[in-house]
Design a protein around this ligand. Structure first.
Ligand SMILES: CSC[C@@H](O)[C@@H](O)C(=O)COP(=O)(O)O
Length: 372
């Protein structure tokens, strides 16, 4: 199992010395042309980085928001200390609530964001309820954010192992968007099985959808797989059907931003079309996602909020205008694949198969039984 996540694909981490703390992000909006690390100093910068896709991918967004909350308190403490004032526990608590609110406004679809913010808030509520000190609260929140990152790393490894068992030597696979290391704090979700299979000596070949409008496939997945030496073919999104028909694709692996209780899956726009094509060609369609992406409070995908993004992402490719100025544009960032198209959902707790309203709940029961 690959445990040594290379520095070049690490997405987010906390850095601290005696004088300052920052959340460090690999700026994914500049990849693959430039590898630039951002040192974020407060929660506003963290929120902006999430909104502008400097960090993206559901698990990575959650981890970043958790560090953002820890940073919010750190900064407030620091500023108070510089003024020679002492922060009260009530001030600290109120500030955390405000930071959670700000971070929650960034992207509506990836439930990992809200899952992480709520987990940080629960930890804060617990400590405040116990009447802890402000210093202790700050330390505990940094520890909690790091635990969220570490658990995500471990979850990626487990998903990789479960998913790799579904990949045979010589398989050609297809993926959409980027659900790799760049989208998590570990090896990724949909790409983790490919890394595990490849490192176990299986020869695989991956067709990578470019993923318009923001090209996460072309810019990020192609780059990531190339770094690892996994053979790939980059295709435009509208070539997927052709290659399913002629290219010997054995399975599709994608990630998810939110999975409803019935197994409906919200993921990057275009995923639904890929799932329908996979069904038409009798190709298994696997969704790989940690439990933090499953939202059992929503009965079906109809209730998943879909982020609508700036029309310029469609009318332009980076700096180049490609459509007539003023044209009417739709730009939903995600679509929902009905559960009937999903062959299996691979989580860190095991593989769920239909009927998902039963098997997903079973996975959560097991998770809680095991004391998490
Ligand atoms: C492990 S990442 C899973 C999903 O978040 C991923 O497939 C995806 O749709 C990312 O969308 P993005 O808009 O780049 O954040």
């Amino acid at each position: 199992m690959p445990e040594d996540l290379p520095q070049r694909v690490r997405t987010v981490w906390w850095e601290e010395d005696e004088k300052s703390a920052t959340v460090v992000l690999l700026d994914q909006s500049l990849l693959p042309q430039q590898v630039v690390y951002l040192h974020l100093k407060d929660e506003e910068q963290v929120a902006d980085a999430i909104k502008t896709l400097k960090v993206r991918g559901a698990p990575a967004i959650g981890v970043t928001a958790a560090f953002g909350m820890a940073l919010a308190l750190y900064r407030l403490q620091r500023e108070a200390a510089e003024r020679g004032e002492a922060l009260t526990l009530d001030q600290a608590h109120a500030h955390l609530l405000a930071a959670g609110h700000l971070l929650g406004l960034t992207r509506p679809t990836a439930v990992n964001l809200f899952w992480a913010i709520e987990r940080m808030q629960r930890r804060a509520d617990q400590l405040v309820g116990q009447g802890c000190g402000v210093e202790e609260l700050g330390r505990a929140l940094r520890t909690e954010a790091q635990a969220i990152a570490d658990e995500d790393f471990a979850a990626c490894q487990r998903m990789g192992e479960y998913g790799a068992a579904l990949i045979a030597d010589g398989d050609t696979l297809l993926t959409h968007c980027n659900a790799g290391a760049l989208a998590t704090a570990g090896w990724g979700t949909a790409l983790a099985p490919m890394y595990v299979a490849s490192r176990a000596g299986k020869q695989i070949h991956v067709f990578v959808d470019e993923t318009r409008p923001i090209l996460q496939g072309a810019r990020l997945t192609a780059w990531e797989l190339q770094q690892e030496g996994i053979p790939l073919t980059l295709i435009t999104d509208n070539m997927a059907g052709h290659f399913m028909h002629h290219g010997g694709i054995k399975a599709v692996f994608v990630g998810a931003d939110r999975i409803a209780a019935n197994g409906d899956v919200a993921n990057k726009i275009g995923t639904y079309s890929v799932a329908v094509l996979a069904r038409a060609h009798n190709i298994p369609f696997y969704v790989v996602a940690p439990c933090s992406t499953v939202d059992l409070s929503l009965p079906s995908g109809e209730h998943i909020p879909i982020e609508q993004r700036n029309p310029e992402e469609v009318t332009r490719v980076r700096d180049a205008q490609v459509a007539p100025v003023g044209v009417n544009v739709a730009n939903p960032a995600f679509d929902v694949t009905p559960h009937t198209y999903v062959t299996a959902i691979i989580t860190e707790k095991g593989i769920a198969r239909p009927p998902y309203e039963v098997t997903l709940r079973q996975i959560f029961r097991d998770e809680h039984d095991s004391g998490r």
